[in-house]
Design a protein around this ligand. Structure first.
Ligand SMILES: *Cc1c(COP(=O)(O)O)cnc(C)c1O
Length: 383
């Protein structure tokens, strides 16, 4: 029996053509037509005028924070419930993350907790330098309330849309709602360049500065002159070729991830103590359903409906015996040894999600046979 992975790369038929052409034409450095094409494809998909393709989403977050002026001693607001890369980028700048809890409907930043956090930091005389928001598992955060807070308190927004390429808020693609937006093309994401990332913005000067910083910050001079610290963050033209082939598939991939989510929702309905979640999209918002996630014994199943004694870990281990990969939800960052001294506002919501949640195989190459295998293994694990 083949192993079923959580979210493996899924290549199409055109990636090789772009790679082939790049090698034939000797465009194998981090410059060339595939980079231009990949950036144009992302601009078109996201509806923003500027894009800079980079070596990873993490590199894009790092540059994005630098573009917003984040530096040593600053504080940056950030959800606790996210992948560590979001907060690591803050640390790279010499700044400190100030963590904020999630709300139960989208699992993203809770606007109420966010207000508390901002007001408390102001009381302490520490105005946050920026707000980093995340759309976890592709689900749009409550942007209306969050962006209103950012405006009220004059906080520049960095939108970590690493997991949310193809998702929408008020029928607009995510990634373009902050001063800077970030995507990841890591191997597990909805589209991949094997490893890669992108930074998008409406601000031409910011895009130019991102390019400058990503290519070693060379001053305009015939020799190598540098007056600022630079980075080597530019994506290879080869990998950008894979990206061009992948970008052609974005609508298909979103459609398939959503089908997989709905398939699980339908076929797992009635399993004791298990709910596919987050169940609802807010009006006008669309999740790319990057990963289908489930909760065990969530509040809505706790009265009347049957419970399960299974835990995410017993379920994960059972699926593993059936050669099926699953993963716990992101462990909240305020619980990580790495960030044990960072401020945290709230915490009960994301701690509860972490205690109850599991990510199911969601790769777009999966067929019905594999989906049935996962459902069967889940049924066994819960019975
Ligand atoms: C994957 C991911 C990143 C990092 O992207 P890489 O390309 O792997 O560096 C950042 N933030 C979130 C929320 C992610 O899921």
């Amino acid at each position: 029996m083949d192993r079923i992975y959580l979210s493996p790369p899924h290549l199409g038929r055109h990636e090789l053509n772009y790679l082939h052409k790049a090698i034939e034409d000797n465009w194998v450095a981090p410059v060339g037509p595939n980079l231009d094409g990949f950036e144009a494809d992302i601009c078109a998909a996201v509806g923003v005028p500027y894009c800079v393709a980079l070596t990873s989403g993490t590199a894009a977050l790092h540059l994005g924070l630098l573009l917003l002026g984040v530096g040593p001693g600053d504080e940056v607001l950030c959800p606790s419930f996210t992948f560590v890369a979001s907060a690591n980028a803050i640390t790279y700048c010499g700044a400190t993350p100030v963590f904020v809890d999630s709300e139960a409907e989208t699992w993203n930043l809770c606007p109420q907790r966010l207000r508390e956090a901002i007001e408390d930091r102001l009381r302490l005389g520490k105005k946050p330098k920026a707000l980093l928001l995340v759309h976890l598992y592709g689900m749009p955060a409550r942007l209306t309330e969050i962006l209103a807070l950012a405006q009220e308190f004059d906080l520049p927004v960095l939108e970590d849309a690493a997991e949310a390429l193809g998702s929408q808020w008020q029928h607009q693609p995510l990634g373009g709602f902050g001063r800077v937006g970030v995507f990841s093309f890591n191997g597990n994401k909805i589209l991949t360049t094997s490893g890669g990332g992108a930074l998008v913005t409406y601000d031409r000067a910011l895009a130019e500065r991102a390019r400058f910083l990503a290519t070693q910050a060379k001053d305009p001079a015939p020799y190598y002159q540098h007056s600022q610290v630079g980075y080597n963050y530019r994506l290879s033209n080869l990998l950008a070729g894979i990206g061009r082939g992948q970008m052609e598939l974005l609508p298909d991939r979103v459609k398939r991830r959503r089908e997989i989510f709905n398939w699980y929702k339908e076929h797992l309905a009635g399993l004791p103590g298990l709910a596919v979640a987050p169940a609802t999209e807010l009006p006008g918002s669309l999740s790319n359903r990057w990963l289908t996630t489930v909760l065990l014994n969530p509040a809505e199943l706790q009265d009347g409906a049957s419970q399960t004694t299974a835990t995410p870990e017993t379920v994960r281990q059972h699926l593993e015996t059936r050669r099926i990969e699953s993963r716990p939800l992101w462990k909240p960052l305020h619980l990580q040894p790495l960030f044990s001294s960072a401020p945290m506002y709230g915490g009960a919501v994301c701690e509860d999600l972490f205690a109850r949640g599991l990510c199911l195989p969601s790769g777009t190459a999966m067929g019905d046979e594999e989906l049935h295998r996962v459902a069967k293994a889940l049924r066994e694990a819960l019975s």
